[in-house]
Design a protein around this ligand. Sequence first.
Ligand code: C2E
Ligand code: CA
Ligand code: CA
Length: 707
Amino acid sequence: MNRSLDDSHILLVDDDAVLRMMAGQALRRAGFKVDEAGSGEEALAKLASKEVDLVLLDVMMPGIDGFEVCRRLRQAEFGRDLSIVMLTGLDDSDSIEKAYQVGASDFIPKPINWNLLIHRVRYNLRANFIRSRLVASQISLDGAQRLARMGSWEWWPDAGIFSCSDEFARLFGLAPEIRQSITPTILIETVDEGDRPSLRDARHMALSAGKNYQIRFRHTGSNGNKRVFQEDGHVLLASDTMSSSSEAITQDISEAVANEERVRFLSYHDQTTGLPNRQFFLEVAAHTLEQSRRNCGECALLFVDIDHFKDVNATFGNVQGDLILKTLAERIVNCVRASDLSGFAHTPEGIEVAARAGPDEFLILLSQLRRETDASTVADRVLQAIREPFVLDDQEIRLTASIGLALYPRDSDTLSNLVDHAEYAVSTARALGRDSYAFYNEEIGAVASAKIHREGELRQAMAGNQLLLHFQPKVDMASGRIIGAEALVRWQHPEKGLLYPGDFIPLAEECGLIVHMGHHIFSLACQQMRSWREQGVMPERLPIAVNLSALSFNEEGLIEQLIRCAEAHALPLDSICLELTETSLMQQIESTTQRLENLRIAGFRLALDDFGTGYSSLSYLKRFPIDQIKIDRSFVQDIITDPQDVAIVETIITLARKLGLEVVAEGVETVEQANLLNSMGCGTAQGYYFARPMPAAQLTLLLTAQK
Ligand code: C2E
Ligand code: CA
Ligand code: CA
């Protein structure tokens, strides 16, 4: 109702024309729009077709009387919410009673006091207006509650009153119509048994101690549908006059709980295998260790490392690799006593957990160990299970694992140490030839700490500028001129003196530091080249070679980084040669070829290092866009005495010439080797005979002299 109350439509129903005239005049003067009806029948007809806000209805009329009109109106759609004010005789208390019984809103006694009439009409219109607003807001509240699957209730225990919303009843599977008969006790009975005491306590504590509460409980519907509800209870404390009451909002939070659980599952499980992840494992394992501490129990931690798993991914791609991992996970889980695919097994002996801890690493915890051999039995079982061939696209794949074991409390009483110790023992298992297991011992611990120490030193070396480059010339054998140089890294160790790559590159590769180190070295080489160019000692087309490890080569964003670094030093890219070993190129042929092409297109020169020691396949040689092959030192070494080496070197030279590639012989130490190679058609060489790797300053002198 938007218009003002005084604009309201009023239907005046009375068989007395004089009264109609006088009342009509008074109402119209007050601003109301007034319509008249002289009988009950006329009134009903008008009301059915016209919008009216209030009816003034005389009780006594010929034909159908006012009571009947009122009764019929209340039954009709259009009359249900209408304000009906009855005009009755003054002391006629029966009529008044009857008027209310048939649904009248109010009554006005006759003879009518005209002033009072206007006030009563206004009062009734306002009351009706407020009531309709209330109804509307109740409807929208009901709608909102229904949408939110949220119900509300109020409870005055002392007065024995419990009142709840429609949706509250619906949540509990009860018809809203029986709302009135719902009691808190009935409701408690519908809650899952295990949750009843806590809910009952919360509600009673609220009333007795004035404690607001929030509680979750489960409810199983008559159709077996399981839901989770959350109730937020609020207390209205007793004042002197009233006793305590409470009210609450109860919401069906099943969806939210299911989502929470899913998020929890995802954040605690590895998606590929469905096993618990490292974090989850550590939480459960910490708990298990704590229990073992109390019971003086023993545990074993197994660190399972799948041997050469990277090759599977490289050969078959990640999708197939994931399939194998899934099977691997299932097999590992089956090896813990009572199997359960979630990675947990609760056995009478204790709890066993298997988890995926890294790309190709799994962790197993065995608790309540009776003897050490129980752990080795499980390790054996896991090795055996992994050894079973995997079938992928009709191909059989065979895998093995290396397992390290650490025992609680023998090897350590902290979880993180146990995991570390087990991981150290993996190296020992690998050293045993893989496909085996090893228990941690102090010796392994000492080796591992030494390694960790050296890793720290290596990081320090980069940060503290202890890495430097030596340069070994590449020489044109006919003229003896320097036509290039290879940068070779050295470590000026603060205590041990100058260290060679063999002393630290393997460690850097193992701990992944090599990628960072590669950038560091490349940047050092660029700095040196810039300095030579600025000094004018560097001939225009004299390339400097930098070695690139396999890990660096496969690094995401490598090309961009190299280009950025070279450009920062204003170096043309064709003045830089990247040396790559065959083995680092043989992993994923397709993507390798692409990467090589990208490097080539960018402008870098490419050399295939240590040629002859790896696959040395002609077909790859044809495919890879390279500029140079370097004959490995091992063939040059015995070339004077070993005819087989002569044959190999000859083949390589012929091959290279056919493919239009430069050939460089590595490790030339004697004049005889140099002469022979030269006569065979290898024009360029590198080796102690011509020059050893030297500090930059020394090469500066040679280059200056050559100029
Ligand atoms: P490489 O790339 O084959 O380098 C040649 C190695 O042979 C160098 O050893 C060099 O000193 C040595 N050499 C050169 N001429 C002769 C010779 O006539 N006789 C003998 N016996 N040896 C000779 P170095 O400097 O110890 O480097 C060893 C390996 O370490 C390198 O083999 C390379 O694979 C790696 N390396 C060196 N510097 C780097 C680097 O900056 N980054 C990476 N990723 N690897 C590097
Ligand atoms: Ca090299
Ligand atoms: Ca080499």
